[in-house]
Design a protein. Structure first.
Ligand code: SAM
Length: 233
């Protein structure tokens, strides 16, 4: 095979991988992303890391099927433990997981980062948690994309190590420093949905507590409702 069709979500992740990259794709079920990018001639070398045996074997099978064993190494490993210094990785993709899990993978594997890698992250949920980690670890968000596929909305966050500390506002962390400036149609759909969810929860809380003191949880939701209303204008 000389071509592998990716979902729009994974293809967009792939667009942010620099040309001629040495890529580590962590959580690489079927190794679809590294295989597709290799077949397109976009990357030079890749590590496909998987922690679960089934997906690891699927990744091995896909790489073998396309005759790419010399240039894509499939490793059974937890998170960034799949990366060896001699791999000279300069791009890491972690896609299709929760933001907290991606954060945990980055935190646990910090010592394996050479700081020169571009991080291309696609959390399914928990984007704020991930942005907080990036800020705390001096990564600058250089690109963000929001897209919809099969009725699901996905965000992609691209970050690189900054020369000095980075500081994001609470709104940047919640909505994305770039996404909240662009305010695309899909962004508005996502946050209209999030607003409606929070309003329904707060309404239930009001009905349940019948004049008791407002809980911290309710206060948190009410603050978020205001933030969302502001960003939606
Ligand atoms: N990255 C692909 C994508 O976006 O389509 C696959 C996403 S799949 C939902 C998540 C994959 O990450 C699973 O195959 C799972 O086994 C793997 N995974 C979860 N935690 C991991 C970890 N700590 N290290 C490596 N792989 C992990």
């Amino acid at each position: 095979m000389n071509h592998l069709e990716l979902s729009q979500r994974l293809a967009t992740v792939g667009e942010f991988v620099p040309a001629k990259a040495r890529l580590a794709d962590i959580g690489s079920d079927h190794a679809y992303l590294p295989v597709a990018l290799m077949l397109k001639g976009k990357i030079e070398f890749a590590v496909a890391g998987e922690v679960v045996k089934g997906p690891f074997e699927s990744a091995q099978k896909q790489v073998r099927k396309d005759g790419l064993e010399e240039r894509i190494v499939v490793r059974l490993a937890n998170g960034l433990a799949a990366i060896e210094p001699s791999d000279e990785i300069n791009a890491i993709t972690i896609a299709g997981m929760g933001g907290a899990l991606i954060r945990d993978i980055l935190e646990a594997g910090k010592t394996r980062l050479n700081q020169k890698e571009r991080l291309i992250l696609q959390p399914n949920i928990g984007e704020r948690t991930l942005r907080v980690w990036l800020q705390e670890n001096q990564y600058q968000i250089i690109e963000e994309v929001i897209l919809e596929e099969n009725k699901k909305i996905y965000e992609i966050i691209v970050a690189e190590k900054a020369a000095s500390p980075v500081s994001y506002s609470p709104e940047d962390l919640m909505f994305g420093p770039i996404l909240r400036q662009m305010k695309s149609d899909i962004f508005q759909v996502k946050w209209q949905r999030e607003l409606a969810q929070r309003e329904a929860i707060v309404q239930q809380m009001i009905e349940a507590n019948k004049g008791d003191k407002i809980s911290e949880r309710q206060q948190k939701f009410e603050t978020e409702i205001k933030q969302i209303q502001e960003v939606l204008g």
